[in-house]
Design a protein around this ligand. Structure first.
Ligand SMILES: [Zn+2]
Length: 124
């Protein structure tokens, strides 16, 4: 868009169109991202279902086993909220809580080498 203030005053219709075009472009990009996420989500659901059916067939685990494990994992952070969140680790140097997001102690600066499940890196 033009930075000329007089342009905005002279041509309000054009400015309005430009603003609408920008908003439409932003909306279109959001929709494309949402569509891609939905496609990936559907692929993950399908892969999870396939893995689950293989586990049931090959190892005899049940839907009840799965439901109990989901509840156990969900409760690891003390909240049954349907989310996989991991509790922050204790800093080995000063004992403060270390955010997994920063992977270092914000109190003493100790660099934490987190050892854990690869899935923990995927949680938010
Ligand atoms: Zn520390």
């Amino acid at each position: 868009m033009s930075d000329d203030i007089f342009f905005y005053m002279r041509e309000p219709m054009i400015v309005n169109d430009m603003t609408n075009n920008r908003q439409n472009f932003t909306d279109d990009m959001r929709q494309i991202k949402t569509d891609k996420l939905e496609e990936k989500f559907n692929q993950m659901v399908l892969a999870n279902q396939a893995l689950w059916e293989i586990l049931k067939e090959k190892f005899g685990v049940t839907d009840r086993d799965l439901a109990e494990k989901i509840t156990e994992i969900d409760l690891r952070d003390g909240k049954l909220d349907g989310r996989l969140t991991s509790a922050p680790a204790d800093c080995p140097k000063c004992g403060s809580k270390i955010s997994r997001e920063f992977n270092r102690c914000l109190f003493c600066g100790h660099n934490a080498v987190q050892v854990g499940s690869a899935f923990e890196k995927l949680t938010v």
